[in-house]
Each structure stands twice: as structure tokens, then as C-alpha cells.
Design a protein around this ligand. Structure first.
Ligand code: DC
Length: 230
């Protein structure tokens, strides 16, 4: 039997991760956050003083770079050369670095290879930018989750304020950062962020997370002819 491979794509801050995690939990299958893998590669470059935009310096670095993931009690840990870097990859600098480093085809090929290997071996919800279009294009169950950039900036500010890390950033500044990252992700030549024709669009601007999760689960159950609990 083929594994359940659910693809969730969309821009930053649209609620993708929250929805993907909740769906994986409800169906008792693996959640794979591919953005964390790009973030880990960016972290290595930044630590080595390499500009993530500098393909000529990033490419040789890849030869000695190993990115892997492990899942403990439903939580993904992302390993960079064996070190669990999960706690270091959520900074603004790494967010931008991941978007920039993801433009380099060699980075993508290395990570996509690992993502496809995992998807071939297990039931999962995979979340990213190119999952339905490039990583698992044969998936019968794809979603594109989005929200307006203003709404995404508001959510991001709330998150930053709650963790005391907003550093006085304004909504306008966050909206600009988000739009700039969207632009890089959607305009790169190789495997850009796109909504494929067969993906179900979910706009969370005026939706609660629970509503989005319910919509996804209903569709998954229909596509895979499965009941509530697995
Ligand atoms: O999902 P995220 O915000 O953690 O991803 C960080 C960056 O990584 C994103 O701006 C672009 C890149 N990325 C990518 O190019 N392809 C993916 N499948 C996932 C993330």
C-alpha cells in the first residue's frame, strides 16, 4: 500500500505549521517541517561567516553538511552535522538566510533527496514551499494555506511580543519583511513557491486554526477513505 503523503505549502506565517502539526497529530502520522532543514543549512553558513546568498561559497560547504531530522513525541528535532540545532533556527537572521539559501539549486537537491526518502517510507504531513509542486508531486492530497500579509504580520508581532522578542518592531516593518521573503520564495528560478492546480486553497485570514484543521482533515479522510481515528 502506498503511504499517506499530505503536502502543505504556502507563505510564511499563514498558519501552515500549526495546521500541519494538528493534522499529523489527529491522524497519528509524522509531521515533517522542511523549512527547518533550510534553516539548519542557513545556520551553518551564518556560523561560518558565509553569506547565504553566496552560492560559490555555500556549495563547497554542502559537501561536509549533513541535515537530518528526528521526531520525539510528535516534536521535530533538526540535526545539523549531528547537533540538535532546533533552538537556534528561529531567529529573524536565520529566517532570511533560509529564504536566501533556498534559492541555490544544490541546497534544494540535497534536502529534497532526504525529504523524498522519508516520504517514501512513512505516512506523513510534509510542510514547506515546494512540497506539492516538486518534492511529492504525485501526492493526491495537497493544500495551499495562505493569509493576507497584513494578517500574517499581525500574528507574527503577537508571537514576538508574547516571547518578549519584538525589539520594538512595527507592523509595517514586519509586513515588509514578510513580503520580501514571499518575493524571494515565489520568484526563485528553481522550485519556487507556487499553488499547484490540484492543491486545495485555504485562506486563513478570517478563519480560526480549528476551522482550517477541520477542512484539511475532512479532505484527507475523503481522499484516503479513512475514518476519524487511525
Ligand atoms: O517554513 P519556514 O518559514 O520555516 O521556511 C524558512 C525558509 O526556508 C523559507 O522562507 C524558504 C525556505 N524553504 C524553502 O525554500 N522550501 C521549503 N520547502 C521550505 C522552506
Amino acid at each position: 500500500m502506498r503511504h499517506i503523503n499530505i503536502a502543505i505549502d504556502g507563505p510564511a506565517g499563514a498558519g501552515k505549521s500549526t495546521v500541519a502539526k494538528a493534522v499529523a497529530k489527529a491522524l497519528n502520522i509524522l509531521y515533517l517541517d522542511t523549512g527547518a532543514m533550510y534553516r539548519a543549512v542557513a545556520l551553518k553558513a551564518i556560523r561560518q561567516g558565509i553569506d547565504p546568498n553566496d552560492a560559490e561559497r555555500v556549495k563547497p560547504m554542502l559537501k561536509t553538511t549533513r541535515i537530518s531530522v528526528k521526531n520525539e513525541a510528535g516534536v521535530q528535532h533538526t540535526l545539523l552535522d549531528g547537533e540538535d540545532v532546533s533552538a537556534f533556527i528561529r531567529t529573524q537572521e536565520v529566517s532570511k538566510g533560509a529564504s536566501d539559501i533556498g534559492v541555490i539549486p544544490e541546497v534544494r537537491l540535497m534536502l529534497v533527496h532526504e525529504q523524498q526518502r522519508i516520504a517514501a517510507g512513512t505516512d506523513l504531513v510534509m510542510e514547506g514551499r515546494d512540497i506539492g509542486s516538486y518534492v511529492i508531486p504525485d501526492s493526491p492530497c495537497k493544500f495551499f494555506i495562505t493569509a493576507s500579509s497584513l494578517e500574517r504580520a499581525k500574528r507574527r508581532l503577537k508571537q514576538l511580543q508574547e516571547s518578549g522578542k519584538d525589539e520594538g518592531r512595527s507592523i509595517e516593518r514586519l509586513k515588509q519583511e514578510i513580503e520580501s521573503r514571499d518575493y524571494t520564495d515565489a520568484h526563485r528560478a528553481f522550485a519556487p513557491l507556487i499553488q499547484t492546480e490540484d492543491a486545495v486553497l485555504i485562506d486563513t485570514t478570517d478563519m480560526t486554526i480549528d476551522q482550517a484543521v477541520e477542512a484539511v482533515i475532512k479532505r484527507v479522510q475523503k481522499v484516503y477513505s479513512i475514518g476519524g481515528e487511525r
